[in-house]
Write a protein that binds this ligand. Structure first.
Ligand code: ANZ
Ligand code: ZN
Length: 872
């Protein structure tokens, strides 16, 4: 047989799939539907290996489900708005639109070359007016429903470039281009009311049983429901201190630790801090410093804890004679709780760091269970575990949770100026979603500002608000602000002078509903509800774990908001979620410490050690750690090179072969070569089996000898395993099962020069099953092989074969293991294992060892093929 020529075969099969429109999903299709979706790519320029892995996984599921008789929707599109296009415009002087659509064209061709079973007729790009017109309608519907609103909020302001910066453009507190210290400015911005759904977004996570546990936990933490207490602390008179009289209200989730308090701390934006800053230059400078440091939670968590003693004293709610200092501290956020805390250093790490820096007392009030209260001390690690209350007067001896209740009960009953000292409060970390971006390359917010009428929604018949093409990037700032002809319009209500909103939407908005748009991608409304409801939720969503929080949470919110506005009839967009690992690669450095690309080196094995040298001059190269493929470390392998050398099937196969899909896969040249050899091996096996096997469609012979039976078992066993493993997305195990079947088929072919009828049948059957289980993974090789086996139809149109249960009867049995009549465990052993062997296994079982403790075993009763009982 000639070698299989992937470069010739792959485009040929892709053309036949296209001709037959095999992957287009028809709205009228009566079969049960299945929606598989991979997170759509940002058109950055080229497809990278991470994309190949992601889409290869989705394609296995799509092709398998199609073979199983589902009407499969498997669409593709482009998350096409965003900052990189504007940066390209500034740096390379290309228009964002041209840059984006060029990239899309390149990447579309690349994706097509991978042979993915995508329905390209549904392709969308979020920067198409056809798409964002509908997004503008959604926004206006949300506005009507009270799910969108305007308020003042902070932005990063670059005082040199006079422009707003996105968070990723602020590097170490400075503007990325100007290097100027970034300031926080207040702007009026648009918000979406995700907090209306906090409770539901949280509780519905429990129903998402086909989501990774870790993603659900991350969402839970992000939504951040906490139960706590608002506690009012009266301020002591402070002669000589310029302070408003009154009180400080704090929010705490640990009122049980109230007797361990050693200070109060205010946010730099707290009204008291602001008022005191007026007449106090030192404090005022400190407040400025806090505001500059960045407002992200991450920035606050890592920054050194700093404070400023205001000189104010607050009185303890249980003891007015106990006065605590009031600081302004950089780790207290204004938009959480009340913007003020009491610090309990012994039981909160931030408070402890702060107390150590400012010489404040550290009093433990919770002793770990079983510890001697007298000996509990805190060094540099705060204790946040459970235990028993100490040093806490009437709380001593209680558990922290009982102490919480006791404090709440007492302070709710106590009064200060005629109102309760404390009130219970549920707090949420989740904030409303600010979507205004002062950028050009995004979806225009369809609003007009009129001097007379105020905020006026753009009327339906004037939608979409299109982005103007004639913009310039020669000055910093948003080009829409400078585009008078676009900006200045007549008010739709009074016809008076008005101007358009020049902010565009956060690109996360674009990706929050694209999965719904795919169901009716050309409709003149955001969705066609009945069609959306037929396809949604997405049965299997696959993407990177980096989107575990924001993208998924925003999408879950959008689905709810779209339901509230009549566009869909469900709450949860993604029934199944899978987060795949990354593609990683070794790194290489030359003697001067510069990164070197894998393509520029040679690696040789010498006495078991690997040594690298540079291809051109033989200079030694240091082999470094294995890292995520990235341009900066030069350890990227371009999918195009791999496709050109080995073909798409090899790349797809290797991507899914080595590691479990949720883990990282290490890209190695030897691994790819191994995959490529397997492609050729399958091709030889198939041709050999075609020659020696029975013709297509021959029925099974009446009697089958042991050798043929054993091959049939191998084939049906592999088929059943692959089916089960695809359902569970365990692709690497499918690969292993395929290798085993290929081995069994290879051995049988070698043993049989002229097979009898039963073996001829088994050879053919095994070859066909092998091709069919490979088809979702290596679809081109599978078509070529299917045709070599004499089929006139495509394997892509062929139903998934059924494993014969009679050939699956396993030769192992599972036995329950009892200790004194109580079931503790089970073991799986060979059906014909003898009592002695079973006894030996049972003695070593962890649960048995634990259950009997140090008692001697009196007897082990083994009933072969039934049960084992250990008597102590
Ligand atoms: C006293 C205390 C003692 C606290 C202790 C914790 C441990 P979660 O659970 O995330 O809601 N806190 C409250 N408002 C804050 C703000 N605006 N900025 C920074 N920290 C703030 O966190 C609630 C806890 O975070 C609160 O409980 C408060 O510190 C702090 F051993 O009060 B705690
Ligand atoms: Zn008007």
């Amino acid at each position: 047989t000639e070698r299989y020529n992937a470069r010739e075969a792959e485009p040929r099969w892709q053309a036949s799939w296209n001709e037959r429109k095999l992957f287009q999903t028809d709205a009228g299709d009566a079969r049960p539907n299945y929606y598989v979706l991979e997170m759509f790519p940002y058109p950055s320029g080229r497809i990278h290996m991470g994309h190949v892995r992601n889409y290869a996984m989705g394609d296995v599921v799509a092709r398998y489900k199609r073979a199983k008789g589902f009407a499969v929707m498997h669409p593709m599109g482009w998350d096409a708005f965003g900052l990189p296009a504007e940066n390209a415009a500034i740096e390379k002087k290309v228009h964002p639109k041209a840059w984006t659509y060029d990239n899309i064209a390149t990447m579309r061709d690349q994706l097509k070359a991978i042979g993915l079973s995508l329905d390209w007729s549904r392709e969308i790009a979020t920067c198409d007016p056809e798409y964002y017109a509908q997004q503008q309608k959604l926004f206006l519907d949300f506005l009507k429903a009270g799910l969108a609103y305007r308020r003042q909020s902070k932005v990063n302001w670059d005082p040199v470039d006079n422009t707003v910066l996105a968070n990723e453009q602020v590097i170490d507190g400075r503007g990325w281009r100007s290097g100027a210290l970034v300031e926080q400015r207040e702007l009026t911005q648009w918000f979406l009311k995700i907090t209306d759904f906090s409770e539901d977004l949280l509780s519905a996570l429990d129903g998402l049983t086909r989501w990774p546990e870790k993603v659900r936990t991350m969402q839970k933490n992000w939504i951040g429901r906490s139960e706590g207490l608002l506690v009012r602390w009266p301020l002591a008179d402070a002669p000589g201190v310029n302070a408003p009289a009154g009180e400080v209200e704090v929010y705490t989730t640990r009122p049980d630790t109230l007797f361990g308090a050693s200070f109060l701390a205010l946010s730099a934006d707290h009204p008291i801090a602001k008022a005191m800053g007026e007449g106090n230059p030192a404090l005022s400078a400190f407040l400025d410093e806090c505001r500059r440091a960045g407002t992200s939670v991450a920035a606050l968590e890592t920054a050194e804890k700093k404070g400023f003693d205001t000189g104010l004293k607050a009185k303890h709610p249980f003891d007015p004679s106990w006065e605590l200092p009031v600081y302004v501290a950089n780790f207290v956020l204004m938009d959480y709780g009340t913007g003020a805390i009491f610090g309990c250093p012994a039981h909160d790490q931030r408070d402890l760091d702060f107390a150590r820096a400012y010489g404040l007392p550290v009093t433990p009030v919770v002793a770990p269970e079983g510890a001697d209260p007298a000996s509990v001390t805190i060094e540099n690690v705060a204790f946040d575990g459970d235990g028993v209350m100490i040093n806490s007067r009437f709380l001593d001896g209680l558990s922290p949770s009982d102490a919480f209740q006791e404090v709440a009960r007492r302070l709710e009953a106590d009064e200060l100026d005629g109102r309760p000292v404390a009130a219970r409060k549920v707090n949420w970390r989740l904030r409303d979603w600010g979507i205004s971006r002062q950028r050009y390359w995004g979806c225009p917010i369809p609003i007009i500002h009129c001097e007379a009428c105020g905020v006026v929604p753009v009327p339906d018949d004037q939608l979409p608000v299109r982005l103007p093409d004639d913009v310039t990037f020669d000055q910093p700032g948003n080009p829409l602000d400078r585009h008078d002809a676009w900006r200045n319009v007549a008010c739709p209500q009074c016809d008076g002078p008005a101007r358009r909103e020049t902010d565009t939407m956060d690109t996360f908005v674009d990706s929050s509903w694209y999965y719904a748009r795919f169901t009716s991608p050309r409709a003149a409304s955001p969705t066609v509800k009945a069609t959306a409801d037929r396809w949604l939720p997405v049965d299997q969503y696959i993407g990177g774990v980096e989107h575990a929080i924001l993208h998924l949470l925003y999408s879950r919110f959008f689905t709810r908001a779209m339901k509230a506005t009549g566009h869909v009839g469900l709450d949860e967009p993604f029934a199944g979620l899978f987060t795949q690992g990354m593609v990683v690669h070794e790194t290489y450095k030359d003697a001067s410490g510069q990164w070197v690309a894998p393509a520029d080196i040679r690696i040789a094995e010498e006495g078991g050690a690997r040594r690298a040298t540079r291809l051109d001059d033989g200079a030694p190269i240091e082999i470094g750690s294995i890292e995520k493929m990235s341009k900066s470390k030069k350890n990227v392998v371009d999918p195009n090179d791999i496709l050109g050398t080995y073909g798409a099937d090899t790349a797809r196969w290797f991507m899914l072969s080595d590691s479990p899909p949720e883990r990282d896969v290490i890209w190695t040249e030897s691994g790819v070569e191994g995959a490529s050899r397997f492609v050729q091996r399958v091709w030889r096996l198939v041709n050999d089996a075609a020659a020696k096997g029975t013709p297509t469609g021959t029925a099974a012979p009446a009697s089958v000898g042991p050798a043929a039976e054993s091959l049939r078992r191998a084939a049906h066993g592999a088929l059943a395993r692959v089916e089960d493993d695809i359902e569970r997305l365990r692709f690497n195990r499918c690969v292993a099962a395929s290798y085993e079947l290929a081995n069994a088929l290879g051995q049988a072919l070698q043993a049989e020069a002229a097979p009898a009828d039963d073996m001829a049948f088994a050879l053919r059957e095994a070859a066909e099953i092998l091709v069919q289980i490979l088809a979702p993974f290596m679809p081109h090789l599978a078509e070529e092989s299917w045709s070599a086996l004499g089929h006139a139809t495509l394997v892509a149109e062929t139903p998934w074969p059924k494993a014969d249960p009679a050939l699956l009867a396993s030769d192992v049995v599972t036995l329950p293991v009892q200790v004194n009549g109580k079931k503790r465990d089970e073991i799986t052993v060979a059906r014909d294992a003898d009592a002695k062997a079973i006894e030996a296994l049972v003695r070593e079982l962890d649960v048995v060892v634990k259950a009997i403790g140090d008692k001697p075993i009196r007897k082990i009763i083994v009933v072969p093929q039934r049960i084992v009982n250990v008597v102590v």
